[in-house]
Design a protein around this ligand. Structure first.
Ligand SMILES: Cc1cc2nc3c(=O)[nH]c(=O)nc-3n(C[C@H](O)[C@H](O)[C@H](O)COP(=O)(O)OP(=O)(O)OC[C@H]3O[C@@H](n4cnc5c(N)ncnc54)[C@H](O)[C@@H]3O)c2cc1C
Length: 374
């Protein structure tokens, strides 16, 4: 079996890379160890989309993705679900407000003109269902929501129709003489793309590449079905502690990242759920009588890089990385697919300068500053 390019991982990023490559005429094989696509982190994502970030490269990735999401139905096919309902970042202290304002200056300089600071009165109009001591907020009306599996399936089905071959139940176990060795056979390849999400470091190690991508559990609490909040409510986040909420599929989803050791475990933590329940009662009076539904809650894995930015580029001749999106991989998949396809086929990315995403930034001491917010 041979292909121009073997893409390892049938998650949203592998699917986008595959579609962009076949669209340009490459022969592509996508390999995944699972029995079907989307069994990794992609199906666990809640489907937030934002361009409000604190670094120019993340803003630019979002703007390129947004452009492509707007054309998705015509260009790729299927429903990416992009809905510009907005992201509302609440500040309860002067320091939080200042950090949001500084991030917004970066956003404006990178081309996100519509992000703006707003006063408490407008916060109450945008989300009248919460109780907060906000002194101000950052809001961007073109942020909002997407459908992770709509994007994954659109790209993968589009790639298949254009000639890509998909192989499931094929775990990559080695690289040997220009070929990818899997539990379901060996695939010769001119180039290989690592799109293995939280498991990317294991794949890189097989190619003798040290990739600083680690798995980190993220939990999502879902309420029982209720129609108390509208489904176009902006994603609402407390900048101070990261607690946030959105409405999806007739439930309210509640999240709060907490410090925990990296690892592949994805069980739900009862004490975390109890904490979320308490925050819900305190901060969302409208949901006081609405219970959390443990059976509908879930956890999945973020694929963390040390500076929370993606790691993209050719790590060894013919071995490409599309990794480390650090929990933003669905929204950035359209942009990353195009960037990686250009790196593979042209040797450089022209849609966006991908140099800030190179692996060597860590050894060169040129990684992105760790930002408290955004
Ligand atoms: C709770 C939660 C909420 C999130 N919310 C958002 C959000 O709102 N917006 C957003 O943009 N992102 C969000 N994310 C992050 C997002 O899910 C990821 O960034 C994205 O799915 C990564 O896509 P991927 O294709 O790289 O990885 P995955 O979807 O994990 O795909 C990787 C694939 O590689 C395969 N694989 C692994 N090892 C091997 C091997 N040895 N051989 C063959 N195949 C292999 C796996 O089976 C898997 O299918 C969230 C994540 C979580 C956990």
């Amino acid at each position: 079996m041979s292909a121009d390019v073997v893409v390892i991982g049938a998650g949203v990023i592998g699917a986008s890379v595959a579609w962009h490559l076949v669209k340009r005429g490459a022969r592509v094989t996508v390999i995944d160890r699972a029995p079907a696509a989307g069994q990794g982190s992609t199906s666990r994502a809640t489907g937030g989309f934002r361009a409000q970030y604190g670094s120019a490269i993340q803003v630019k990735l979002s703007l390129l993705s947004r452009e492509k999401l707007r054309r998705f139905a015509d260009e790729v096919g299927g429903d990416c679900g992009y809905r510009p309902c907005g992201y509302l970042w609440l500040a309860e202290t002067a320091a939080e407000l200042q950090a949001l304002g500084e991030a917004q200056r970066v956003q404006h300089a990178a081309g996100l003109a519509e992000a703006r600071m707003i006063a408490p009165a407008e916060i109450a109009q945008l989300n009248p269902y919460i109780r907060s001591d906000s002194i101000g907020a950052a809001f961007c009306p073109t942020d909002g929501f997407i459908r992770p599996l709509g994007i994954l399936n659109g790209y993968l089905e589009g790639a298949r129709q254009l000639g890509a071959t998909l192989h499931y139940d094929a775990r990559v176990i080695a690289f040997s003489n220009g070929a990818v060795v899997t539990t379901a056979g060996t695939f010769a390849a001119g180039a290989v793309v690592n799109a293995a999400g939280a498991w990317a470091a294991e794949i890189a190690r097989l190619a003798s590449v040290e990739l600083p991508v680690t798995p980190l559990r993220r939990q999502v609490a879902a309420t029982v079905p209720c129609a108390l909040l509208p489904d176009d409510l902006p994603m609402t986040l407390w900048a101070g502690d990261g607690f946030h909420l959105r409405v999806r599929d007739g439930r309210v989803l509640l999240l709060q990242p907490v410090d925990e050791p990296s690892g592949f475990a994805t069980s739900l933590d009862e004490s975390w759920l109890a904490r979320i329940d308490a925050l819900k009662r305190e901060r969302i009076p409208a949901l006081a009588a609405v219970a959390l539904d443990r059976a509908a809650s879930w956890a999945g894995l973020y694929e963390m890089s040390p500076d929370k930015h993606p790691i993209v580029g050719e790590a060894r001749p013919g071995f490409f990385l599309a990794n480390g999106s650090s929990g933003h991989g669905v929204m950035h998949a359209p942009a990353l697919g195009q960037i990686v396809s250009e790196l593979v086929l042209d040797g450089r990315a022209t849609c966006l300068d991908a140099a800030p995403l190179r692996l060597s930034r860590f050894s060169e001491g040129d990684s992105h500053p760790a930002l408290a917010l955004l």
